[in-house]
Design a protein around this ligand. Structure first.
Ligand code: SAM
Length: 278
């Protein structure tokens, strides 16, 4: 039977799945094949290939992969995020984590890391809460780092420009204080204010790497809604490595569907189902 340009053969799907799991940690079971085909079409058309299988064959030819891997990763990663997603973590940060972390120090600098930050909404939600705390009596400075493997989402995170419909979960007082409207009144874009952008940095980082170029005295790490895509052994390695970057007493927050981390890394102190402390 002739190969269809719109479908991946078993062999070509297997080649991509193996590559992605090895490089990024994300599993691509057979059920993800349609999704992958759908997402790859645009790229394959843009590069003028005759079909998906031809694209995969070329990918594995000498020298091609390095150039294309960044695009492929952008294509296969799921970047869904929201401002104040899983809001109980932000309440916990305000009411418990930050006061606990500052108690022995009185005041100080807090370092927060949004690992797998997608378009930056998690990092900027954190920045809004922390800035709000400093306006209402708490005495501390803060810096936030956002990292992700996808260059496409990091570009968005750095520009900090979002459409107005993404603001639905943001409290009205925060919208007023932390977002700028476009000068063009017809535009539906808003931008995070410079005061928060200045305190937030983004860089590309793969959680699969054996070393993370990040300080080892981070106060709170958000690593949410990414571990779920990894195999158990990868989850264990990633969580152990992340915890090595927390200061004693620091917190790790994982997504609400990722509480299984507790059984994967048994030494972790569980404060709430998805909140851990070292
Ligand atoms: C579903 S989003 C979650 C975003 C945010 N943490 C949240 O909960 O709203 C998952 C993010 O993980 C990133 N990601 C996937 N594999 C990764 C890896 N190996 N290293 C770093 N980031 C990764 C993806 O690019 C994507 O932006």
């Amino acid at each position: 039977m002739l190969e269809s340009p719109l479908h991946l053969s078993d062999r070509h799907f297997g080649m991509i799945a193996k590559l992605i799991e090895g490089q990024v940690g994300i599993k691509l079971p057979a059920g993800k094949r349609l999704m992958l085909e759908g997402r790859l079409h645009k790229r394959v058309r843009a590069l003028n290939y005759g079909g998906l299988n031809e694209y995969v064959e070329t990918l594995f030819e000498a020298g091609q992969l390095d150039d294309e891997l960044t695009h492929l990763i952008d294509v296969v990663t799921t970047n869904k995020t929201d401002f104040f997603r899983e809001p109980s973590h932000f309440t916990f940060m305000r009411e418990v984590a930050v006061p606990e972390l500052l108690k022995p120090r009185g005041r100080g600098d807090l370092k927060i890391w949004s690992a797998a930050c997608s378009t930056g909404m998690e990092a900027y939600s954190t920045a809004m809460v922390l800035d709000d705390m400093t306006r209402t009596g708490s005495r501390f400075q803060f810096r936030i780092l956002g990292t992700d493997i996808s260059t496409a989402v990091l570009r968005l995170a750095k520009t900090a420009i979002y459409t107005r419909d993404t603001l639905e979960p943001v409290p009205p007082a925060f919208i007023k204080r932390y977002f700028l409207s476009a000068k063009d009144r017809a535009s539906d874009e808003v931008r995070i204010v410079p005061e928060l952008r200045r305190r937030t940095n983004f860089m590309r980082m793969n959680l699969m790497d054996s070393k993370y170029p990040v300080d080892r005295d981070v106060d709170i790490i958000f690593c949410r809604n990414v571990l779920i895509y990894f195999e158990r052994e990868t989850q264990r390695k990633v969580v152990e490595q992340l915890c090595a970057h927390l200061r004693p007493g620091g917190y790790l927050m994982v997504g609400h569907s990722e509480s299984m981390v507790h059984s994967v890394v048994p030494g972790l102190k569980q404060v709430q189902p998805t909140i851990f402390r070292v």
